[in-house]
Design a protein around this ligand. Structure first.
Ligand code: GLA
Length: 380
């Protein structure tokens, strides 16, 4: 890195470095864009943003992951098809410009250690490290909730992915040994102690290594279906989001909505409840109840929300068969990863069995990461 730095920018002196973590979601999937509850944890895989003001009248940026360099000024701030990696940075600069005006030009060096496309939110970590880094470096005093929100807007408006707020929020506010309960309507949040070591468990993420072509389209279709269901329900109910359904309203939804809208709504309604029950049991040290919530969540994502895939379902089934304490898919689905809590005593053997059976079935190995929790965005 050091030699790259010097080669590209002349000197490595005077850079400041910021980093933001990736995430896995414990429970609360496909609820954030319905303004429901989510419970992610930040992981010890990070995106690093090195930044130094320059006098070149342009932004100069190097990506270590893509081994690629790019320069641009404010007049070039438009989506770049050839260099997709640069759009997240441009999107954030664009959103910051809207609220704070133009910031001075700078040199940037980007490096991400979060696997891309694995459902671990490498892009949110990228956006948040950049937004926070710029705010700190240029003393913009953007408050942390706004860091998360403008990072989401960068992804929605500039990159063009209609994601919710969960990933950017946890990359900003995550804390070691806790899970973050987020109310995505009010953006209130609470750090819930989540000390898996005291339970002699390890956090294992299994990456299917597949991203089905339906992924992007599937995600936006689910969002659209949700909006359609909401519109139909609003003819009978005074609600602004699916999150507001109480028991009676939910029952009504199941009578009047056609398939698959009623199944989608059933997932959202029950998933929100599961998050709150999960948190309650976590707070009361009733860990024995957690696996069932996670499995129910997975099955609901499989049968009602229909965002899992053969690889994810296989991994969850095998994870439990080989002795995992709990397992489910995590993130947007259609590929990506599962999250697993595995007893320390069997972890090596478990990894071996998962790898072998997955390879036997699909012809290639999954990637397995043993992770720790971490803190949210900060200067290094
Ligand atoms: C992706 C999105 C999040 C959330 C999850 C599903 O990770 O970026 O906002 O919607 O999918 O829970």
């Amino acid at each position: 890195m050091r030699s790259n730095f010097e080669k590209i920018f002349g000197s490595k002196e005077g850079f400041r470095v910021f980093r933001a973590p990736g995430r896995v979601n414990l429970i609360g999937e496909h609820t954030d864009y319905h303004y429901g509850f989510v419970l992610p944890i930040s992981i010890n895989k990070f995106f690093y943003f090195y930044l130094k003001r320059n006098t070149e009248n342009k932004f100069r940026v190097f990506s270590e992951n893509f081994n690629d360099y790019f320069e641009f000024d404010y007049s070039d701030l438009i989506f770049n098809k050839e260099k997709p990696w640069v759009n997240y940075l441009m999107g954030v600069i664009n959103e910051i410009r809207k609220i704070k005006g133009e910031i001075p030009y700078f040199d940037a060096y980007l490096y991400g250690e979060i696997p891309m496309g694995a459902g671990l939110s490498s892009s949110a970590a990228y956006e948040v490290s950049v937004a926070y880094g710029i705010s700190e470096y240029f003393n913009l005093n953007i408050e942390k909730k706004e860091i998360a929100k403008l990072s989401q807007r960068a992804e929605n408006n500039f990159v063009g992915a209609p994601c919710g707020i969960m990933d950017q929020f946890i990359a900003t506010f995550g804390r070691e040994n806790t899970a973050l309960l987020i109310d995505t309507l009010t953006l209130d949040y609470e750090h819930i102690p989540f000390d898996i070591k005291s339970k002699e468990l390890r956090l294992a993420v299994v990456d299917t290594k597949v991203k089905h072509s339906i992924a992007g389209e599937g995600y936006s279709t689910r969002r659209r279906e949700g909006e359609e269901a909401l519109k139909m329900l609003q003819k009978h109910l005074n609600i602004n989001s699916l999150r507001e359904l109480d028991e009676k309203a939910f029952e009504l939804s199941q009578e009047i909505l056609p398939s698959p809208l009623k199944e989608r709504v059933a997932h959202v309604y029950n998933e929100n409840k599961r998050v709150l029950n999960f948190v309650n049991d976590l707070k009361n040290n009733k860990w024995e109840n957690l696996p069932k919530y996670m499995l129910d969540s997975h099955l609901s994502l499989k049968n009602l929300y229909e965002v899992t895939c053969e690889e994810l379902d296989f991994l969850v089934e095998k994870a439990l068969e080989y002795g995992a304490f709990a397992s489910r898919m995590t993130g947007g689905g259609f590929g990506g990863s599962t999250i697993n809590l595995v007893p320390e005593t069997i972890i090596e053997e478990w990894i071996g069995k998962i790898t072998t059976s997955y390879e036997k079935k699909f012809g290639f190995k999954p990637d397995i990461l043993i992770l720790e929790t971490s803190n949210g965005v900060r200067e290094v």
